[in-house]
Design a protein around this ligand. Structure first.
Ligand code: AMP
Length: 307
């Protein structure tokens, strides 16, 4: 089953302790598509300016990303400039230029309107809501956001999450959105405002999935070399939603597996700049890494040695 995604299609300039990349392809919609397309067909909705290197999106098309909803208009593409210092868990935004996104009004192609899985990737919450108003009763709607939008458009985010089933955000964003420093309380606060499922990512410390009566935790894969954390969150979401779309199963056990698949995809994304690594890997690589996750957390239940 296909996944529809609306998100930023960007040119990123990133500095990490290991190097620099200028004007490389990025954006929440792009990372999500590169990741989810390993598992399911993807329908991308977004906008780029006339300066965008469209040829660099070709590998995504080849992998099954339908770009009928990606408009190219006159003006500058969305640009993000960020830096990571030694704490690779948090990006410092140096510059955000919305460019063509500031006047964008998404038009969902008719063939995308009945997508069963919809992901409203990080972008202006007004655009996320606009997309949601144009689709026909999906099986699952999920969204993401970030500090930039929580600071500037908090009321719009609160209005949006009333209509979504699931939200993914990182720990800092969860605290900022809810004003709760405790993450369990933050998740409960969010659940009161709409989503039945809340996924809080903690970078190299893994991810929690909160539901009304259960909490699930998956670790992050302990990589020896993290090169560029940009896009880890969107790639997590792509793996998570892509797996749900591939299986069509929303049971609790399958949602838990989806969190692990998401963590596996997030771990690949950070191994190289931009979407480079996501484009190199195959489904087989994903399966192998999921198996490594299983080994990472496997232990015997027998408590014989604990008195
Ligand atoms: P993450 O998965 O959180 O690391 O997301 C990284 C991507 O988010 C980068 O490729 C950026 O282009 C994109 N991005 C940064 N700021 C914004 C924003 N305010 N709205 C939408 N996308 C953004």
């Amino acid at each position: 089953m296909p996944v529809l995604v609306v998100g930023s299609v960007a040119l990123d300039s990133v500095e990490t302790p290991f190097g620099k990349a200028d004007n490389v392809i990025g954006g929440s919609g792009t990372f999500f598509s590169a990741s989810a397309s390993l598992l399911a067909p993807v329908q991308l909705v977004g906008v780029v300016g006339e300066d965008y290197p469209m040829d660099q999106l070709e590998p995504l098309k080849k992998r099954g990303v339908d770009m009928a909803g990606l408009e190219q208009v006159s003006g500058e593409s969305f640009r993000w400039r960020g830096r990571y210092r030694h704490d690779l868990n948090s990006a410092e935004t140096l510059e955000t230029r919305l460019g063509v996104f500031s006047h964008f009004s998404p038009k969902i192609p008719p063939q995308f309107k009945n997508a069963p899985f919809v992901f409203l990737a990080n972008i202006d919450p007004r655009l996320q809501l606009d997309v949601l108003n144009q689709v026909e009763r999906p099986k699952l709607v999920a969204c993401d956001t970030m500090n930039f939008w929580i600071e500037s458009r908090r009321p719009d985010i609160i209005a949006l999450i009333k209509h979504v089933d699931l939200i993914t955000l990182n720990d800092g964003e969860a605290r900022q959105l809810t004003d709760c420093s405790n993450l369990v309380k933050a998740a409960k606060w969010i659940m009161k405002h709409g989503p039945k499922i809340v996924i809080i990512k903690k970078g190299e410390h893994g991810a929690f999935m909160f539901k009304e009566n259960s909490i699930f935790f998956a670790p992050a894969y302990p990589l020896e070399d993290v090169f560029d954390p940009t896009g880890a969150g969107d790639s997590f979401a792509g793996g998570f939603m892509g797996y749900l779309a591939q299986t069509g199963d929303l049971s609790d056990e399958n949602l838990r597996r989806a969190v692990v698949v998401g963590s596996a995809l997030g771990s690949f994304a950070v191994e190289k700049f931009s979407v480079q690594r996501l484009l190199e890997i195959t489904r087989g690589d994903v399966v192998n890494r999921v198996e490594e996750f299983r080994r990472l957390v496997a232990f015997e239940r027998e408590l014989g040695t604990v008195s």
